[in-house]
Design a protein around this ligand. Structure first.
Ligand SMILES: [Zn+2]
Length: 296
């Protein structure tokens, strides 16, 4: 077993199986209240895995969920993990006005800080939806007191019309200098492959592509001396979740490989050392060899 000398970021977008953007057209928001909640048992599984491998993680929590799952959020925080914001109700930034976005990030941060008694430093947009033209969201985050963002996915989606993708973004942690100030950007990891930059950071890519792709991406980060950022959702550990009638492409992307997720996570956590984003961020602020700034 090889253990990386540098800790990578293990991140979880904490939401229910029915709140995923891919299912948006198939599950009405008005149905959220009546649908079965399944998130608790998957979070227990994640907490067990993280404890087994002595890893600390960042949980990007949806405000809507935190309001209904107070104990769960407090359990995660008590287990020593970082609580960050995933916005209030999973509306993508591309579907929000700056005013609506501000309300969402302010309200979710306030609630999460009230529930845990700790500072909320980070934000990740639903579906990585800070895309070119929506950079105003970064300024709003700075103005609202956030220290870092993890929403710019530095890839070009096929056809260029995907829901997310920030092709000009740097593929490693770096500082963003904005009109409103400075913000650390912690992008999900990618893999360079014959001149292409491929998503390799988790989610469907982790479930559907060979395990070696995520491993290669994190090893490349090790070689460069930077931290990689991996992400997963609780529903990705739940093969028994209720299935919605969706087109085959969505079915494959959303429901493919669910049975293997837990085993793959166990392997990943054994092979690499992981921590919460705020740990590396604070480390970089407190030392001259600022990792975050290294790639700026
Ligand atoms: Zn999400």
């Amino acid at each position: 077993m090889s253990v990386s000398p540098r800790a990578h970021h293990f991140t979880i977008d904490l939401e229910e199986y029915f709140q995923v953007s891919a299912l948006e057209g198939h599950v009405a928001r008005s149905d959220w209240e009546r649908l079965e909640s399944r998130v608790t048992s998957q979070v227990s599984l994640l907490l067990e895995l993280l404890a087994k491998h002595e890893a600390r993680a960042t949980f990007f929590v949806l405000g809507w969920l935190a309001e209904r799952q107070v104990d769960l959020v407090q359990t995660i925080a008590r287990a020593g993990h970082e609580i960050a914001s995933h916005g209030w109700d999973h509306v993508r930034v591309t579907h929000q006005t700056p005013r609506q976005f501000r309300v969402s990030v302010r309200r979710s941060r306030q609630l999460l800080e009230d529930l845990t008694g700790t500072l909320v430093r980070g934000f990740r947009a639903p579906s990585f939806s800070i895309v070119p033209g929506r950079e105003w969201a970064l300024d709003v985050l700075i103005e609202e007191g956030y220290s870092y963002d993890s929403s710019l996915f530095p890839v070009r989606r096929p056809g260029g019309s995907g829901r997310y993708g920030y092709p000009q973004g740097l593929p490693y942690p770096h500082w963003l200098d904005r009109p409103a100030g400075r913000l650390a950007e912690i992008p999900p990891s990618t893999l360079e492959w014959f001149g292409l930059r491929l998503p390799a950071a988790g989610g469907a890519y982790f479930r559907l592509l060979p395990y070696g792709i995520v491993r290669a991406a994190l090893r490349e980060c090790d070689r460069r001396g930077v931290s990689g950022t991996f992400y997963i959702h609780p529903w990705e550990l739940d093969p028994a979740q209720p299935r919605f009638a969706v087109p085959w492409s969505t079915r494959l992307r959303h429901y493919g490989g669910l049975r293997g997720t837990t085993r793959r996570l166990d392997r990943l956590l054994a092979e690499f050392r992981f921590t919460a984003i705020e740990d590396n961020l604070l480390l970089s602020r407190n030392s001259c060899g600022a990792q975050v700034a290294a790639e700026a």
